[in-house]
Design a protein around this ligand. Structure first.
Ligand code: FCB
Length: 452
């Protein structure tokens, strides 16, 4: 077949346990087309409309128009021999004002999408929050507001009543580090804040929202509940004690804060060093009760590593800076570091979750893909997938209870602050015509995943 990449000794479905599932992932705001179907404004719409935040000030108004093309997209998954689809359900699509009046059209859309997934023999894996805070609630402070977990819990019950009984798995939150730190401390994602008090509150409230959703869904008898956390391999820039400390602080903020809170009911000391003075009252009690609840599974998103050094010029905590690495990078400028995935899978099992099922809920790469003569050749992506699959296989051999892998992403889509420039899909999307063109990597999956 034209455009096919021949990777030596391709790992296939047969190299993994029989019950291991392969899927592809997307998220509501990145693919649906937020202007369709009566959805309310989100903080991403206004963040994008503010100069300098998003490349070309692009937003998710049209995106991939999955709102109308979901049937075609589910056909692609099925024809690619995938087992599962990971998607998210937008809060502002269901509740345009975040609370109160339900948008029936929005609920009906997720009902149709669920049917479309199931009709094709695919497993639906739902994420309840993948970043589209309704603007009406953002006005009140969004993730910094002390009641946000109640607002979220109410949304969760409404969407769950519509589709929850048909979900193979339900994740409460996607990547709390991005929701809290990237969005309130670094300011790179909506709502674009740079404030340690706001960050400390968001770091805690996002976990309360997770706990609230767990509590409400447990009360309905759900037993397939988890959370999706992201991890980045932290390398100290040198052997100097200060650089080792810098990497440990970033490790605590990024990799340990959320998993430690959920599984042990504590926050890491290196991160509390900065956040403790700004935490909301009662945080110690929340940790022991609402936040520290058993999971049914854990989702791991992994992309890259970062090299951290002490920054003598930074007057304020955390006194760290990032140093460029020397490995090959993706279109995002992210170093390709597959060993980090093996590290996190084994580290999480050994230290935090034991035998709990783990899923790699995201891993993938952006590349500057072009359609030429109807074909998209992406040997780099094929190699990336194979290298990361090798690490997953190794982690299973080393005792990790890894149950599945979702490639990010099914489609090229709205890559947040990078707009439509960065292409992560195994299916190319022409953002003018919305035409879908499966890339060579899609065909690689199709071959790998066939059961014949
Ligand atoms: C993750 C996000 C996902 C996508 C990928 C590239 O942080 O969960 O929406 O943007 O990165």
């Amino acid at each position: 077949m034209m455009g096919r990449t021949k990777t030596p000794q391709l790992l296939t479905r047969k190299d993994f346990p029989d019950d291991f599932i392969f899927g592809a992932a997307t998220a509501a705001y990145q693919v649906e087309g937020h202007q369709f179907g009566g959805a309310g404004s989100t903080h991403w719409d206004t963040f994008a409309a503010t100069p300098g935040n998003v490349i070309n000030a692009e937003d998710g108004a049209k995106a991939c128009d999955q709102y109308h093309r979901y049937g075609e997209d589910m056909d692609l998954l099925r024809a690619g021999h995938f087992d599962a689809y990971r998607f998210s359900t937008s809060w502002a699509r269901v509740l345009p004002e975040g609370r109160g009046q339900v948008n029936q059209e929005g609920l009906d859309y997720y009902d149709r999408l669920t049917d479309a997934i199931l009709e094709r023999g695919l497993q639906p894996h739902q994420t309840l929050y993948h970043w589209e805070m309704p603007s009406a609630l953002a006005d009140l402070g969004g993730w910094t507001h002390p009641d946000v977990h109640h607002w979220f819990g109410d949304f969760v019950e409404i969407i769950d009543a519509k589709i929850g009984d048909r979900m193979t798995s339900i994740a409460t939150i996607n990547e709390p580090w991005c929701v809290a730190y990237l969005s309130h401390f670094i300011g790179a994602h909506a709502p674009g804040k740079r404030d340690i008090r706001a960050t400390s509150r968001a770091m805690h409230h996002i976990l309360k929202a997770h706990g609230e959703a767990m509590t409400r869904l447990r009360a309905k008898g759900r037993d397939n509940l988890g959370i999706v956390l992201n991890f980045e391999y932290p390398t100290p820039a040198s052997d100097a004690a200060e650089d080792i400390k810098a990497a440990a602080v970033q490790d605590a903020i990024y990799n340990r804060w959320f998993i430690e809170a959920i599984t042990k009911g504590t926050y890491p000391a290196e991160a509390l060093e900065g956040f403790a003075p700004h935490m909301p009252t009662g945080w110690e009690d929340d940790l022991k009760t609402l936040i520290h609840q058993p999971l049914d599974w854990l989702g791991v998103n992994y992309y890259t590593r970062h090299i951290h050094a002490h920054d003598p010029e930074a007057a304020a905590w955390p006194h760290t800076k990032e140093i460029a690495g020397h490995r090959a990078t993706t279109q995002m400028g992210w170093e390709i570091y597959p060993e980090g995935l093996h590290h996190f899978l084994t580290w999480l099992s050994e230290r935090y979750v034991g035998d709990l099922p783990i899923y790699v809920t995201e891993n993938g790469m952006a590349w500057e893909d072009h359609v030429q003569n109807g074909v998209v050749n992406d040997p780099e992506r094929c190699g990336f997938v194979q290298d990361h699959l090798a690490m997953m296989k190794q982690a299973i051999e080393d005792g990790t209870n890894l149950k599945g892998f979702f490639y990010w992403s099914l489609l090229d889509n709205y890559e947040w602050a990078f707009g439509y420039e960065k292409r992560f899909g195994i299916v190319h999307v022409d953002f003018e015509t919305l035409q879908r063109t499966p890339k060579a990597s899609y065909h690689m999956f199709k071959d790998m995943l066939t059961r014949s």
